[in-house]
Design a protein around this ligand. Sequence first.
Ligand SMILES: [Zn+2]
Length: 103
Amino acid sequence: MIPLAPSIQEKSLAKPIFSRAIISAVAMFKCHVCGSMDSRRELVSEIFQIDGKPVLVENIPAQVCARRGEEIFSRETTEKVRLIAHGKKKPIKSVQMDVFAYA
Ligand SMILES: [Zn+2]
């Protein structure tokens, strides 16, 4: 979805909940990182750290920056994801994950 270079840092595998994605309170899209006004609606999958444990949430509706791929979630979506990730819903499946240290 996002080209590997030069923006490899954009898609870290695990991150604190919504550290990168900003809640968009306004209807008009404007990317908070690059200022682009162009976006597309997409369903995205994100891994969040909940109490130190990685949790994958699939099919989250997001506005995605057309230029660099930053994902922006609405306030409503953010709240729903927070509830889901904190255990309001049963997971559809569990997977085992290999973890590597780069250095
Ligand atoms: Zn952008």
